[in-house]
Design a protein around this ligand. Structure first.
Ligand code: FA5
Length: 345
């Protein structure tokens, strides 16, 4: 056997033995430098190949290659083992306490307006009202004219309007134009719908008023609908929304699209009607506007007022939220201050 073959055999045995002692990443790297790198012992042995005769060279070269591959494989296996040893070592050194509670994740919440809206939809849903989605961009005709606001009538000033550059196209000032759309879509079948959505008014922003706010409209049309039905539905709503045993009262009011028209109050949910700062010592809180659908509006919706009657109501969602969750300024709603959203949601 050539000298070189003996050297290779001895080198392989020595290297394998040394590798078994390497028990860290640093040690395995040092082993690599010593045996397999360009400055290592393997390369040094291979340099001797040049001295061999042509006949000897292929066999020795092949043997050298086999040793090199064997050492590389042994190194890979050892490194995998070392990795495992190091993980175990780190785990026992760090002493992980599996009983520690996890880190809390900040989770998003529903916006208070959404929460109130869903509560209202749920309450009226139980009374058989379906949600009807109506558009936010309206015509002057549906927002006002077909709702019996006569041209030039002072009632139009009750709702300051955002106009668009297209004549007669406006942002709706209330959800009531949805009444016309719903009636025209379903008439002359009886209907019972609620219409939630955004409204826009060109008003000064104050603690009580925003330029953009949400309303929920209610509309019931049928053959024998009376004012008592309206009272029953709203009393039920007040009890489900603000707690059992609530009282409501009706004050006469004016809307062009209802006759008679009323404002509806609930007994103060803070003081129970005794009088406090929130109810301005009246014992009552205003919650919505309502009335019997005006015959002209029924007709504009496609119903014969001689045969059909109906009631309608409309309420502001932020104002309901303010009452229910004691919020004293409507501007918090759309300021996007997460502390408010967190507290009130
Ligand atoms: C109306 O908008 C009528 N369409 C309601 C109605 C429907 C009456 C059906 C009869 C039958 P009013 O302008 O009062 O009415 O507005 C209704 C509610 O919307 C108010 O009670 C208030 O809660 C809310 N609201 C009105 N303007 C604002 C505003 N600028 N910011 C926040 N909420 C508002």
């Amino acid at each position: 056997m050539s000298d070189l073959l003996q050297q290779l055999e001895a080198l392989q045995a020595e290297a394998i033995q040394a590798l078994a002692q390497a028990d860290s990443s640093e040690a395995s790297e040092a082993w690599y430098r010593e045996y397999l790198s360009r400055q290592g012992k393997m390369t040094a042995v291979l340099r001797g190949l040049g001295q061999l005769s042509k006949e000897e060279r292929p066999a020795v070269g092949q043997a050298a290659n086999t040793v090199k591959v064997a050492l590389e494989t042994a190194l890979q296996e050892r490194q995998a083992m070392i990795k495992q040893i190091e993980i175990e070592r780190a785990l026992s050194a760090e002493g992980i306490d599996v009983t520690l509670p996890g880190r809390p994740q900040a989770v998003g919440k529903l916006h208070p307006t959404t929460t109130t809206m869903r509560e209202i939809v749920e309450i009226f849903g139980q009374m058989g009202f379906q949600v009807y989605d109506a558009r936010e961009v309206e015509t002057d005709a549906t927002n006002f004219g077909l709702l019996n606001f006569l041209p030039g009538h002072p009632a139009r000033d009750m709702q300051d309007t955002f106009f668009t550059t297209t004549p007669d196209v406006i942002l709706r000032t209330h959800t009531s134009p949805g009444q016309i759309h719903a009636m025209r879509e379903y008439g002359p079948e009886p209907i019972r719908v609620i219409l939630p959505g955004k409204c826009y008014r060109n008003e000064d922003v104050t603690a009580r008023s925003e330029m953009m706010f949400y309303q929920v409209e209610g509309l019931a049309v049928g053959r024998n609908i009376t004012f008592s039905d309206l009272k029953g539905v709203l009393l039920n709503f007040a009890n489900m929304m603000y707690g059992e045993g609530r009282k409501i009262r009706f004050r006469k009011s004016y809307f062009p699209f209802t006759e008679p028209s009323v404002e509806v109050d609930v007994d103060c949910i803070i003081c129970g009607g005794k009088g406090c700062r929130i109810c301005k010592h009246s014992g009552w809180l205003e919650i919505l506007g309502a009335g019997m659908v005006h015959p002209v509006v029924l007709q504009n919706g496609g119903y014969d007022p001689a045969e059909f009657s109906g009631f309608a109501f409309g309420m502001g969602i932020e104002r309901q939220t303010m009452l229910k969750r004691s919020v004293d300024d409507i501007r918090y709603f759309y300021d996007n201050d997460v502390r408010f959203l967190d507290r009130v949601a």
